[in-house]
Design a protein around this ligand. Structure first.
Ligand SMILES: Nc1nc2c(ncn2[C@@H]2O[C@H](COP(=O)(O)OP(=O)(O)OP(=O)(O)O)[C@@H](O)[C@H]2O)c(=O)[nH]1
Ligand SMILES: [Mg+2]
Length: 154
């Protein structure tokens, strides 16, 4: 009887308080805006988070982890460095994640094809297939898009 009560109560506790955890990988070239996107998401969704000044963000060497609670879900963002020599690490994290956000600098016409190559290379290396948890984030939405750019972002 006591054991049954315990099981019921701990089940209820978990149902009410425990969150479903999801790991989301943030990928994209260096300077695309991944860490800025993560900081802005944390500021927007975490009531008590006093965002760091965006101008203080420097290039990521390794990994930034940020946690954001949205409703009953806890999203753990893994923001990886985008420099070429760090891109080989992307695939190692891929197997562990539930979703991927690929960030593109929508104003950097010159690096758009480089970004696509990095994305395609990752796609080949990891057996990655776009699925409902995959999203692309066109960064710098605050700046005007290069003319004729929209099609190439598809
Ligand atoms: N205007 C504008 N600037 C941005 C935006 N996102 C990022 N930046 C600027 O772009 C630069 C690079 O941003 P990061 O967030 O460090 O880029 P990253 O993708 O994390 O780069 P790595 O860590 O090197 O892979 C910074 O100077 C940011 O302030 C945006 O949406 N609008
Ligand atoms: Mg970064």
């Amino acid at each position: 009887m006591v054991a049954t009560m315990y099981t019921l109560l701990s089940g209820l506790y978990k149902y009410v308080f425990q969150k479903d955890e999801y790991c989301i990988l943030i990928l994209g070239l260096d300077n695309a805006g991944k860490t800025t996107f993560l900081e802005q998401s944390k500021t927007r969704f975490s009531k008590n988070y006093k965002g760091m000044s965006l101008s203080k963000i420097t290039t990521t060497v390794g990994l930034n982890i940020g946690t954001v609670d949205v409703g009953k879900a806890r999203l753990m963002f893994w923001d990886l460095g985008g420099q070429e020599e760090l891109q080989s690490l992307w695939d190692k994290y891929y197997a562990e994640c539930h979703g991927v956000i690929y960030v593109i600098d929508s104003t950097d016409e010159e690096r758009l094809s480089e970004s696509k190559r990095a994305f395609d290379g990752h796609e080949r290396g990891s057996g990655w297939r776009p699925h409902p948890g995959a999203g692309q984030q066109a960064g710098r939405g605050d700046l005007p898009l290069h003319p004729g750019h929209q099609d190439r972002l598809q």
